[in-house]
Design a protein around this ligand. Structure first.
Ligand SMILES: NC(=O)CC[C@H](N)C(=O)O
Length: 234
């Protein structure tokens, strides 16, 4: 499995993602400039990553301009063929703006940029993962019908929780509806999350919980059997 990491003007987590995948998880990584369009070196077993950052300075809405980059047309076609796509933070915002994932990311409830460690729970898992967030527009929102569909299809992959894995209002850092931190599409090949697993993959960073998240992409498994069911195509 190969990874392609798309670099937009204003991306700032592209090198972190490359480093985490290459050096901490021993994967092949190709960096892709957003003005390019060629994804012919990737098969549908591979994964294109849209990293975090401030593409186009977050003008209009986060991700609203990056969505029109030439590379995004190829990413959309790649996803439609069943190729795997992961969007982290700004990448998640771009995936929602591109309609590869349902819903939107709104300004945080407290109107502040929030940069801290939070806890996440994978669907069906008891273990809380400690992963950093760093965003100003991370409050996931969708209409009731979409949310009910996401729940029914097990598409809500990660929710904010407390240290003990309890999903509470206090453990929700940005006011995201139903504590949603990450979702996947119906066909389970496009995945977006606000927290940054690539910032938590090495002992030198003092946290390796992000490895569980990225490993699930690589191995096609999640930490638990239930999570595996939820991420069946990963
Ligand atoms: N770390 C990031 O990707 C930041 C995302 C986006 N620019 C925001 O502030 O919401």
């Amino acid at each position: 499995m190969k990874f392609g990491v798309v670099v937009f003007p204003g991306s700032n987590c592209d090198r972190d993602m490359q480093d985490a995948l290459q050096n901490d998880l021993n994967q092949d990584v190709i960096m892709l400039w957003h003005k390019e369009k060629d994804l012919s070196m990737f098969s549908t077993e591979d994964c294109i990553v849209l990293p975090g950052g401030f593409s186009y300075g977050d003008y209009l809405r986060c991700g609203a301009i990056a969505r029109f980059s030439p590379m995004m047309q190829s990413v959309i076609e790649f996803a439609q063929k069943g190729g795997k796509v992961l969007g982290v933070c700004n990448g998640f915002q771009i995936l929602c703006e591109s309609h590869l994932l349902p819903g939107v990311l709104l300004r945080n409830a407290n109107q502040q940029f929030i940069c801290k460690n939070v806890y996440l729970k994978g669907v069906g898992s008891d273990k809380a993962l400690k992963i950093p967030i760093a965003h100003g527009e991370g409050r996931y929102h969708a209409d009731e019908a979409t949310l009910n569909k996401l729940e029914a299809n097990n598409q809500i992959i990660y929710r904010y929780c407390n240290e003990n894995g309890e999903i509470t209002q206090l453990s929700n850092p940005n006011g995201a509806i139903r504590n949603i931190a990450g979702i996947c599409n119906e066909t389970r090949n496009v995945f977006g999350m606000m927290p940054h697993p690539e910032r938590a993959t090495s002992d030198s960073l003092g946290n390796t919980d992000g490895r569980v998240v990225l490993q699930s992409l690589i191995m096609g498994v999640q930490a638990t059997v239930t999570e595996k069911a939820a991420l069946v195509n990963f």
